[in-house]
Design a protein around this ligand. Structure first.
Ligand SMILES: Cc1cc2nc3c(=O)[nH]c(=O)nc-3n(C[C@H](O)[C@H](O)[C@H](O)COP(=O)(O)OP(=O)(O)OC[C@H]3O[C@@H](n4cnc5c(N)ncnc54)[C@H](O)[C@@H]3O)c2cc1C
Length: 377
């Protein structure tokens, strides 16, 4: 016989763990199911041989002071402003040109820029206008912006560990390493059945998020599509040797053919490796890049040319980290919730910062009571 819960949530991301613990604290019985073997979702760590578990890529949080206080207290985290301040790497097509050697070595990376290089005043305006507006907005919001951006000190492996500890403190039922294959609703019995590789679970409600991988929900034998356009995002982790000093914390690239974001994730390395001069740089790459060794060298060279890392450092290792899956928008989630009410509830987790900001007060109200004592079976 399947076990019955009040709610079943898919995933162990910060959103799901906080929602699960808040439900538990309010006296409900939630179950979390994740096909991953470890906690954290997109905020989980990644293993690199010889280096261990490190942050899976650039992550940033930008909270209002009360939300920041809630998250630091609840997850026992130390969120510190980034040092040095985040920087914006400007497009060379405005302020310079690619070096000939760079173009010769990485033609696929430089080709797009060359093809779009402005040849008339009107075309130049097109290039400069968005850049001008971007700079104006940046300057206008500069004081707020630089104070608001925070870094998960110790990297996301620390966050994932704290999520696991919180789930443990609230005696949350969690099933890891099993995929949810189908969800069906019986409106007469007022019951949701969630079928996994390891068997079925039933609940009064099913909670899904922006990134829950699920195509269909069956209602009284009839299939309804809940799929969404899929996003694929690739992150690259570079392990560098012999580069003891920190030159940047977080860089946002403006119109680079290779890189969107780059972040220094060295704080997620063991203290021992940090002392030996190892550094980890996480990079979110643009869609044009095809993962491979050529692309690694191309990105490495771009970071050197832009002065973010020293050309003398050694590349000790790298790992590509792909993230594929749905990315439902708020309107899609609202539509799903309306369609399957009261059996399906949704949480918009498009950006963790916003999701926590939206729910912090509600979660804090539940979590401020002491964790429930473990029930004996
Ligand atoms: C690489 C990356 C970096 C990000 N960085 C930031 C950031 O810096 N700041 C920010 O505010 N937001 C960021 N985001 C946005 C991100 O979507 C949220 O931070 C948040 O993690 C989303 O929570 P989620 O539960 O929807 O998805 P995820 O965190 O992706 O977690 C989903 C979990 O559910 C599991 N799962 C999904 N479908 C199934 C299924 N059918 N069966 C079993 N298990 C399943 C997956 O294994 C996964 O562990 C980032 C997203 C990505 C992908």
């Amino acid at each position: 016989m399947s076990r019955h819960f009040d709610s079943i949530l898919i995933g162990t991301s910060p959103v799901c763990v906080l929602e699960g613990c808040a439900l538990k604290a309010a006296g409900h019985s939630p179950l979390l199911i994740d096909r991953a073997e470890t906690f954290g979702g997109a905020w989980g760590g990644v293993d690199i041989p010889l280096v261990g578990t490190v942050e899976s890529g650039p992550h940033s949080l930008s909270f209002s002071p009360p939300t920041r206080e809630f998250i630091c207290r609840t997850l026992n985290l130390d969120l510190k402003p980034m040092t040095p301040d985040p920087i914006f790497v400007m497009p060379r097509r405005v302020f310079g040109s690619y070096r000939a050697s760079y173009r010769a070595r990485w033609p696929y990376a430089a080709g797009r820029i060359e093809a779009e290089f402005p040849r008339s005043i009107a075309a130049w305006r097109k290039v400069i206008n968005p850049y001008y507006h971007f700079m104006r907005d940046l300057v206008n919001s500069a004081p707020r912006f630089s104070n608001a951006i925070e870094n998960v000190i110790g990297g996301t492996p620390v966050l994932a560990k704290r999520l696991e500890e919180l789930a443990h403190a609230y005696h949350l039922d969690v099933v890891l390493g099993t995929s949810v294959d189908s969800v069906s609703i019986d409106t007469n019995a007022k019951r949701v059945t969630v079928q996994t590789q390891d068997g079925a679970f039933t609940a009064d409600e099913f909670v899904m998020t922006t990134r829950t991988a699920l195509d269909r929900i069956e209602v009284d034998g009839e299939m309804h599509q809940v799929d969404s356009k899929s996003v694929s995002l690739v992150q690259l982790l570079l392990v560098l040797d012999d580069m003891p000093t920190q030159s940047f914390s977080f860089a946002q690239f403006v119109d680079s053919p290779n890189v969107w974001l780059a972040s220094d994730l060295t704080s997620s390395l063991s203290v021992d490796l940090q002392r030996k001069g190892y550094r980890v740089i996480g990079i979110v790459v643009t869609h044009e890049i095809t993962p491979g060794y050529d692309a690694v060298m191309c990105i490495f060279e771009e970071l050197c040319q832009r002065g973010l890392i020293d050309a003398s450092v050694k590349l000790a290792g790298h790992r590509w980290v792909p993230f594929n899956g749905p990315n439902r928008e708020a309107t899609e989630l609202a539509e799903i919730e309306n369609r399957f009410r009261p059996f399906v509830r949704t949480l918009c987790s498009d950006a963790l910062t916003q999701c926590i900001e939206d729910n912090a007060q509600r979660w804090d109200a539940s979590l401020s009571v002491a964790p429930p004592a473990e029930r004996t079976a």
